[in-house]
Design a protein around this ligand. Structure first.
Ligand code: COA
Length: 342
């Protein structure tokens, strides 16, 4: 990919001024499929109940994509809303990083479908795959492109149709997930240094392939020529999640020169209310500062963090200049966190 003149110019003037180039969130948007599936609907399909699901997970309902409504369709709608919130036209975008574990096709990348439908004819578009941590990974990748001057304006998207890889006979997994998409527009801007500048302050990513068997899909192009279905050892995932997420939030705050006392909002991956509460408690963060959408979105994998972020920005909770920590963990295992001054 060639470095564009505008990016080079910006990088040079930033260097001359001794300023840091930061990736600022200029707007965010989300989209949920129309169809809502309640716990009562699920109780008609598998041996479960609304009481069990609410008590163990906090989930009350989730959205499910319609037949023919693919990950790219959800991603396009979320992206259009993010661009509108940023007051930008699609043609300013020169990078699309789309996180998904449920792409439309094996290839090409779903990001290129989104690029085409948004009418973007320049720059680069590609997918990243880190399952539920995907949005944090995508944000980190786009942030690095922008800070290095390789792009000016990025669409960072988390989009999933996880309903397509659920075993609808397995009550231990099918009640946990939903479909949706969220996107942010990331714009390269120049700051003056920590801690007052807006933008992505730090991102921290981790993975540990030894934990594969605790959370995976049973298929894949190269192994079975099918997509497979989700399998999970829920209690073991739960234990790892609380520990790894608390660690990575602390690591990311330290990387930004901040402590939990500086955090205005936590936007966690929405897998389970008890995990969200457990991490918050471990870090000593007040519950009213943690954004929770798991009750009405369930776990939308890579879409969960940008969906929650968009909701809290949209209803006025998250304000400009506030410090937001986003965190997520997923199959692999993968996990990560990002600290952003909005
Ligand atoms: N409805 C009713 N009963 C269910 C059920 C359901 N949907 N799913 C499982 N059960 C049963 C189990 O069969 C088990 O029955 P048994 O005691 O007779 O064997 C019992 O409930 C307890 O199961 P267990 O798995 O120990 O429950 P739990 O309290 O750990 O809750 C999860 C299960 C999946 C909700 C929980 O472990 C969890 O949230 N884990 C993390 C999952 C996650 O977030 N993954 C994504 C990370 S990206």
């Amino acid at each position: 990919m060639s470095i564009r003149p505008a990016a080079l110019k910006r990088e040079a003037s930033a260097a001359a001024a001794g300023a840091t180039v930061r990736s600022v969130i200029a707007g965010c948007g989300s989209y949920l499929p129309e169809r809502i599936m309640t716990n009562h609907d699920l109780a008609k399909m598998v041996d479960t109940s609304d009481e069990w699901i609410v008590e163990r997970t906090g989930i009350r309902h989730r959205h499910i994509a319609a037949e023919g409504e693919n990950t790219s369709h959800l991603a396009v709608k979320a992206s259009e809303r993010a661009l509108a919130a940023a007051g930008m036209k699609a043609d300013v975008v020169d990078l699309i990083v789309l996180a998904t574990a449920t792409p439309d096709e094996t290839f090409p990348a779903t990001a290129t479908r989104v690029q085409e439908r948004l009418g973007i004819v320049r720059g680069a578009a590609f997918d990243v795959q880190a399952v539920c941590s995907g949005f944090i990974y995508a944000l980190a990748v786009a942030d690095n492109f922008l800070r290095l001057g390789q792009a000016d304006t990025a669409l960072v998207i988390g989009a999933e149709t996880f309903s397509r890889i659920l075993d609808w006979k397995d009550r231990s997994t099918c009640v946990l997930f939903g479909d949706g998409a969220g996107a942010v527009v990331l714009k390269a801007g120049q700051g003056r240094g920590l801690p007052t500048d807006r933008g992505v302050l730090t991102t921290k990513l981790h993975s540990d392939g030894r934990q594969h068997d605790l959370l995976y899909a049973t298929g894949g192009v190269s192994s079975t020529r099918t997509a497979g279905v989700v399998r999970m050892d829920g209690p073991k995932v739960f234990k790892h999640a609380v520990e790894r997420l608390a660690e990575v939030v602390e690591e990311s705050l330290a990387g930004a020169g901040l402590t939990s006392a500086d955090v205005d909002w936590v936007v966690p991956h929405q897998a389970n209310r008890r995990i969200i509460d457990g991490v918050g408690k471990k870090l000593g963060l007040p519950a009213e500062r943690v954004v929770v959408t798991v009750d009405h979105h369930a776990n939308t994998s890579a879409a969960s963090v940008p969906l929650a972020l968009t909701e809290a920005v949209g209803d006025g909770r998250i304000q400009r200049d506030e410090v937001v920590v986003m965190e997520a963990m997923g199959g692999g295992f993968t996990w990560g966190a990002a600290v952003v001054r909005m």
